[in-house]
Design a protein around this ligand. Structure first.
Ligand SMILES: [Zn+2]
Ligand SMILES: [Zn+2]
Length: 394
């Protein structure tokens, strides 16, 4: 149902979506500073006569399309924030702000969702149920999903299912990847301060060397994943920071170690956090030091609902054909705060192909040369629209 109309409208609005994406790309705004992006979204939705609520979780915007007949409510979420990176592409729509760039493609997500808004709004007289359009601030680092949920974005009307997409340059434009179950990890981090006793480098026996203790900690933490965790359950511990000392002949007082711990399972997540702390405690105390340990639970793992994912797969085939649908086997160990939506309501998160080898669009997200093949914008808009209609009709 509707696939023909959806494809037709998505082609009609393609150039408009490219224009929007470029405008946002040229004017990137970091987490919780998306004022102009929010304004652009607000104006676009108002022009379409869509009900809209601004300033949700500071800079977020929420639109609501009510169908002709009552029914369920489906939400589509797009994130809006850029990254603190200086763009190294040479294109006419290059970022105009040094040190800020849409290197994670959230400009494309906004354009796709505005496209879906336009498509679904044109079809609303034939729709049963509602579509909520969630433009979320601050996906990178701080997280805007949770504050939006706390401000009630999933209520009034109550949202029954949620969907979001992320552009992915490893996947050629025209294709999408869907996956049941876990798709993104919990990107937690931790900090260990090892407290020894400083002294002269010539007299180590009078000191407690925090660097030597820290080296043991780093080494033994490598065995947590390899010896304590089921090899069939993905988990990562990476130490990415080890700072201590000031010169060549002074044993310092402290060493600071920081890292990231990632899992795809809520239970395993708690276990890994505990294993890190008990490992640190055992080594540091045995070697005569003391420690402080902080573990920060950031976003949960993003876990796709199987039924909702199957509805998406069937909907996507109507738009891109079965040859262009990829069933993913492996999740990514990256994080994504759409996870909070997926914790609350049955949801699915899919990857939208935006790569194009021939055009040199090959750089990954968070790279200063990241770009997208803009053909993906109308495809994203169409798939999100078809999914929403199909879900409301289940
Ligand atoms: Zn990112
Ligand atoms: Zn992103």
């Amino acid at each position: 149902m509707f696939a023909k109309e959806i494809k037709k409208i998505s082609k009609e609005i393609q150039n408009k979506l490219i224009e929007i994406r470029r405008k946002i790309h040229q004017n990137p705004e970091l987490a919780f500073e998306e004022y102009n992006t929010g304004k652009l979204i607000l104006n676009y939705l108002k022009q379409l006569d869509i009900e809209v609520t601004p300033e949700v979780a500071k800079t977020g915007v929420v639109g609501l399309i009510r169908g002709n007949q009552p029914g369920k409510t489906v939400a589509i979420r797009a994130d809006m924030d850029a990254l603190p990176i200086t763009e190294e592409n040479n294109c006419d729509y290059k970022s105009t702000i040094p040190g800020k760039m849409h290197a994670c493609g959230h400009d494309a997500h906004v354009a796709c969702l505005l496209g879906a808004a336009e498509i679904l709004n044109r079809l609303k007289d034939k729709l049963k149920g509602n579509i909520k359009l969630i433009f979320q601030p601050a996906e990178e680092g701080v997280g805007g999903a949770l504050p939006m949920i706390e401000e009630g974005v999933l209520d009034n009307p109550k949202v029954n299912a949620c969907i979001a997409t992320h552009v992915w340059s490893d996947i050629p434009v025209g294709q999408i990847l869907v996956k049941r179950g876990p798709i993104m990890a919990s990107p937690d981090d931790f900090e260990i301060v090892i407290k020894g006793k400083g002294g002269h480098g010539a007299m180590p026996h009078t000191a407690t060397d925090p660097i030597v203790i820290g080296c043991q900690v780093v080494n033994v933490l490598q065995t947590v994943i390899s010896r304590k965790i089921d090899p069939l359950s993905p988990a990562v511990i990476s130490i990415c920071y080890f700072h201590s000392g000031t010169c060549t002949n002074v044993i310092p007082d402290t060493a600071v170690i920081k890292g990231t711990a990632r899992t795809l399972d809520p239970e395993l997540r708690k276990r890994v956090a505990n294993l890190i702390e008990t490992t640190v405690a055992g080594i540091v105390t045995t070697m005569g030091g003391e420690y402080e340990f902080k573990y920060h639970y950031l976003y949960p793992p993003t876990i796709n609902d199987n039924t909702i994912t199957d509805i998406l797969a069937n909907a996507a085939v109507k738009i891109i054909g079965s040859n262009n649908l990829i069933w993913g086997n492996e999740p990514s160990m990256g994080g994504e705060d759409f996870a909070y939506f997926a914790e609350k309501v049955p949801s699915t998160f899919f990857r939208l192909g935006c790569g194009n080898q021939k055009k040199g669009i090959i750089y990954p997200i968070h790279n200063s040369k990241f770009d997208i093949d803009e053909e993906c914008l109308s495809i994203g808009a169409a798939v999100l629209s078809q999914f929403s209609i199909d879900y409301l009709n289940t």
